[in-house]
Design a protein around this ligand. Structure first.
Ligand SMILES: [Zn+2]
Length: 400
């Protein structure tokens, strides 16, 4: 009965009971006139916070059913201070452990461990005191790309990183979308640029899985307009857009990543953010083609959970190659879909473990990545175990 005022309706009934046909007709005309006058309230999209009226079960999953390895976290960044780089820790081990113990997280993988002295600082801070709870990955020295001996140098640095305790290599989306021939100027360097071949090989030789983030949501490659499903997110962060300029298409960067997986079959790749979570058909084709490809689900339950039937089939089919990850950032409140708090993990667990319907994918009053909600996929215990830890244990070469 939206748009219809109940009091008016009752009044018109009362009037109809006593009125003659001619007054009835003029009352109807009055009513039509009133309705045709504009009475709409304008409401900015950013102020709209609709509350779901569905009465559906809400399952609180405070702890994961099995101990979790969060394969995708950012416990630190690298920061430039005066001379040289230093590690910038986003939390203390104690702060992280408090959340981990409450949420049944056995291990966190800090992907952004940096390189050189920053890497060693990270390993000393996180991994050495608590080797079972914190694992650190290294990153490439992209700023040395202009040096002629870079390919060999970078491969040697992988071996060195392994020696000092790094367990894998993280490659950000900078490769393909930011890194240029002159580091920050010149033409973009392609994901499958030959200068990185020795690096991918070295990672495989040292049994270090490569966590690779290539491309971004498909909507980031489209104009920021009223047809863009992530309009609010892009409007808030216009620098996240890869539309226009000299940027490649989403598919071009994904294909370049595929070529490196094909070229380095002994290297295990963990494609972060499911690769292209909007297109599980395409991701499935890639998984079928490249047995050394795995995926991690961080910051993409908003995509997986709005296609729960396709997602469930995907988890069934590729259950041995899907890893749990959140992209968690301690104090990352500007991006609630990845803020390292208890509520974030409860949402992931609810998505994976229950068949709850239509719930928020991020702990935020408004869905931060797009205006939709998600559905749980209720995985069976055998698949949960694999996704929560068994697949990561195998890839990281842990003992159990
Ligand atoms: Zn990340």
């Amino acid at each position: 009965m939206s748009g219809f005022n109940r009091r008016e309706w009752l009044a018109s009934l009362a009037a109809a009971a006593t009125a003659s046909p001619s007054t009835l007709a003029s009352a109807a005309q009055d009513r039509d006139r009133r309705r045709s006058q504009p009475s709409k309230t304008s409401l900015a999209l950013e102020d709209y916070e609709p509350k779901s009226m569905l009465h559906v079960p809400e399952t609180k999953v405070a702890r994961a059913r099995f101990p979790v390895i969060d394969f995708h976290t950012h416990l630190s960044w690298s920061a430039r201070r005066n001379q040289g780089e230093r590690a910038r820790f986003n939390a203390t081990p104690g702060e992280a452990l408090a959340v981990m113990d409450r949420k049944n997280i056995r291990t966190m993988v800090n992907l952004t461990g940096g390189y050189g002295p920053v890497l060693e600082e990270n390993i000393g801070y996180w991994h050495k005191p608590l080797p079972n709870r914190f694992i650190v990955f290294t990153e490439p020295w992209f700023n040395k790309i202009t040096e002629p001996r870079y390919p060999k140098f970078q491969a040697d640095q992988i071996a060195r990183a392994r020696e000092v305790g790094a367990r894998g290599l993280k490659v950000t989306k900078a490769l393909g979308l930011y890194l240029r021939e002159g580091v920050t100027s010149g033409s973009l360097i392609k994901v499958d640029d030959r200068r990185f071949d020795p690096m991918w090989e070295a990672a495989g030789a040292h049994k270090m899985p490569v966590a690779i983030h290539t491309s971004d949501p498909e909507a980031f490659f489209l104009p920021i307009d009223r047809f863009n499903e992530r309009f609010e997110e892009l409007n808030a962060h216009p620098d996240w857009s890869f539309h226009g300029k000299d940027f490649p298409s989403n598919r071009d960067v994904q294909e370049a990543r595929n070529r490196i997986m094909a070229r380095h079959p002994r290297t295990q790749f963990v494609v972060l953010h499911v690769g292209d979570a909007e297109d599980l058909g395409y991701v499935s084709e890639c998984m079928d083609r490249y047995p050394n490809m795995h995926v991690e689900i961080g910051a993409r339950i908003g995509e997986l959970g709005r296609q729960p039937r396709a997602a469930r089939k995907f988890f069934d089919k590729y259950q041995d190659r899907i890893l749990f990850g959140t992209d968690a950032v301690p104090k990352g409140f500007e991006t609630p879909q990845q803020v390292f708090v208890d509520a974030l993990y409860e949402i992931y667990y609810r998505f994976l473990e229950t068949e709850d319907e239509y719930f928020d994918y991020a702990p935020a009053p408004k869905p931060p990545q797009g205006r939709w909600r998600i559905y749980g996929i209720g995985l069976p215990e055998t698949i949960l175990r694999k996704v929560y830890y068994e697949n990561a244990v195998r890839l990281l070469g842990l003992t159990d």
